[in-house]
Design a binder for this molecule. Structure first.
Ligand code: 5AD
Ligand code: SF4
Length: 372
């Protein structure tokens, strides 16, 4: 089991100053473990929601997701765009198409763009750096750029960061080392965690996360997943239910539904009160109102898919993905209309990571929440 450090748990003095300002304090690993074993799902979800509302108020932050390539040299057993899936129609957007998508997103009010793709050798480090620079210059440096394009060298992460990228997402997928190696076709958890260290060292706001309900995971894996996120001191955590894809080796595995992802969301909110936690598309794809349910137990971010529809339908990591038919403006209008029904509202803030130290400086906290 990973050895949780107390990275994000402030020393006693700081704790007192946090408490004075009403900033919720992270639960200790031991408290998380007790909650995991003994709290009812309803109780846990309510706790997650309350902490989320204390930190972020009713704001739900927006990120525009651009799936810029579905070529991938990796072969993760769970993933629909794995190298060996011959049925995938492969595409890669070019610079002009991506910049055009960003421009449309800016018009709709997006201030953060997430460039997500497979591990595509044609999108070289140089090319990605130039793309980041172009997005920054096209948006007068105002838009935040998040990269999510897999495992790269430490030097590559540094170059991305120097080119102006702000955030990097790399899920560790599961904290069980054997399961990780089996499901990621021989790649090790240690290697993944070393990559996350490189990402942090490059100065990025760091995002990671995992899938829930993977075949072979145990309750201990689920608890360890949360504790690993806490020990990594993540700024952003993305989780979602595993959904078996028919053209992968895991096609015949069962789906475990949404409940485990909801439990994970609530525990993560208690373990990392300040983190940005998206209500993910995978949640919305296996359950009616799945994203709303995630928002109601601790998630505070939505990532509408703004990839041009021509490409979107070929980026199928799992089947049944929602919003493939919607265009970007329709997705936003839909969210604007539905969020108030659960007491939340879309926020067009850029919403950078909330860095705790120096603790208690409310100017580091986003607008919209209790500290806005
Ligand atoms: N079901 C759910 N999520 C998946 N991902 C990949 N394949 C699947 C699947 N079958 C997730 C992984 C990856 C993220 C981009 O999508 O966690 O990191
Ligand atoms: Fe490639 Fe990511 Fe899919 Fe693995 S999960 S095959 S790295 S796109």
């Amino acid at each position: 089991m990973p050895n949780p450090k107390t990275f994000d748990i402030p020393p006693p003095d700081t704790k007192r100053s946090l408490e004075k300002q009403g900033i919720p304090e992270a639960r200790s690993p031991r408290e998380i473990e007790a909650l995991f074993h003994h709290r009812s799902p309803e109780g846990l979800n309510r706790m997650g929601r309350e902490v989320c509302e204390t930190v972020h108020g009713d704001s739900v932050y927006l990120r525009g997701l651009i799936e810029f390539t579905n070529y991938c040299t990796s072969n993760c057993l769970y993933c629909g765009i794995r190298r060996e899936n011959q049925k995938v129609h492969r595409y890669r957007m070019d610079e002009a198409q991506i910049l055009d998508t960003v421009a449309q997103g800016v018009k709709l009010g997006f201030k953060t763009f997430v460039l997500q793709g497979g591990e595509d050798p044609k999108w070289t480090v140089d090319r990605i750096c130039r793309l980041v620079e172009s997005i920054k210059s096209a948006t007068q440096g105002r838009a935040a750029v998040t990269l999510s394009c897999g495992m790269k060298s430490r030097r590559a992460y540094q170059r991305f960061s120097d080119a102006g990228a702000d955030r990097y997402l790399l899920r560790f997928e599961t904290s069980d080392p054997e399961l990780h190696q089996r499901l990621r076709d021989g790649q090790t958890l240690d290697h993944r965690l070393a990559a996350l260290e490189g990402i942090k060292a490059a100065g990025f706001q760091v995002g990671s996360g995992f899938m829930t309900g993977l075949p072979g995971e145990t309750p201990q894996t689920r608890l360890d997943n949360i504790l690993l996120c806490q020990s990594l001191g993540l700024d952003m955590v993305g989780i979602g239910p595993f959904i078996p894809h028919p053209d992968t080796p895991l096609a015949r595995e069962a789906s475990r539904g949404l409940a485990l992802a909801l439990q994970g969301t609530a525990l993560l909110r208690l373990a990392l009160p300040l983190a940005h936690i998206p209500a993910t598309t995978a949640a919305g794809s296996i359950a009616e109102n799945g994203r709303e349910q995630m928002l109601l137990c601790g998630a505070n971010v939505l990532m509408p898919n703004i990839t041009p529809s021509l490409f979107k339908k070929s980026y199928l990591l799992y089947p049944g993905k929602i919003c493939i038919e919607e265009n970007c403006a329709q997705s936003l209008a839909h969210l604007e209309a539905t969020l108030p029904k659960i007491g939340r509202r879309l926020s067009y803030e850029r919403a950078d990571a909330i860095k705790p130290p120096p603790w208690g400086h409310s100017r580091h906290l986003p607008k919209g929440g209790r500290y806005g």
